[in-house]
Design a protein around this ligand. Sequence first.
Ligand code: ASP
Ligand code: MG
Length: 425
Amino acid sequence: MGIVVQKYGGSSVADPDAIKRVARRIVEAKKAGHDVVVAVSAMGDTTDELLDKANAVSPQPPARELDMLLTAGERISMALVAMAISDLGYSAQSFTGSQAGVITDSVHGKAKIIDVTPGRIESAIADGHIVIVAGFQGVSQDTKEITTLGRGGTDTTAVALAAALKADVCEIYTDVDGVFTADPRVAAKARKLDRVTYEEMLELAACGSKILHLRCVEYARRYDIPIHVRSSFSNLEGTVVTGSIEDLQENTMEAAIIAGIAHDRSEAKVTVVGVPDKVGEAARIFTALADAQINLDMIVQNVSAAATNLTDISFTLPRTDGQTAMATLAGLQAEVGFDQLLYNDKIGKVSLIGAGMRSHPGVTAKFFSSIADAGVNLEMISTSEIRISVVVAEDDVDAAVQSAHTAFDLDADEVEAVVYGGTGR
Ligand code: ASP
Ligand code: MG
């Protein structure tokens, strides 16, 4: 039988009992005849606690040292999981990301995997070991420094390993039963999806659903690795992420109109007020932001006022990049000649996602009506082929999600979602 890659998140390895439970699960897969490779996250809230410690000694810790510190979290859990497996009479070997051949670029804190050279893993498998790999980390090809992949990055480690090892499936074990139509903490009657396409999952992940790391979905799509998202606390079938919306069309399979609603409270909005409406100004602004390594999300430019020929440009970005963006833009004020900069981090984004909306008129109207019915005002709007996103006040996010969830008939008859673990921190 083939190779199975499994990933266990922080809440699944939060304490010794959890680690022993995970070890039993891993051994079951081995007993079933699979070669098993496991990527583990740090125990419970370890990563947050390490970040708190770093901030306690230095408000701006050097990125290299921060990565050194954070990768320690996964080294602890990988060794403990391997020990728990050996206690069950099976042999396991743990490897750091670097030992496992996870090669990244050199951007600390959000490195991208550029290659996986799994030689050591393959020989460990050949020797009959279960392989445990520290998630969320790699080693830079250029600088040879240890890097991390960004919060939630163990998902990506798992899928990258699955691709490199040509695994049959990548199972992502977490503390909920699968991917839901909305965050069950916000929409209590959220329903579990049995299957969702890569494109829909990409949009969900990009729009704030924390169930899977965005890059892991990109990776899975590129290498066509099915991801099975399921709970490590139950034996229920979870959600399988596979297939493309193009296949849906070819098979004339009826695509669900809406897969789900995601929300995101991690962004901020910047408005550049009074930008001269002439060729090249937007390019200048966004080049400066790109040079500062800032990823933007929504961008809106108003028509310029006829009297002044000035326009406003607003965009959203991660709150964590807010200060860098404001400083970068402030440095451009004289050159570009805009009036002022506004910053608002009390915003939230609500996104409706579904492959079926491409061929279904009226989805936007219904979405906006449901948000209006909740008494919520829209500040920005953006769309893709299979998504409509709106920015609202942060305090209005829950009401908007709930109202849209009901309007699109996504509510389950009974509460389906069980959140088994995690502090939601
Ligand atoms: N431990 C890291 C985090 O909390 C990586 C992961 O869990 O995937 O973000
Ligand atoms: Mg996660």
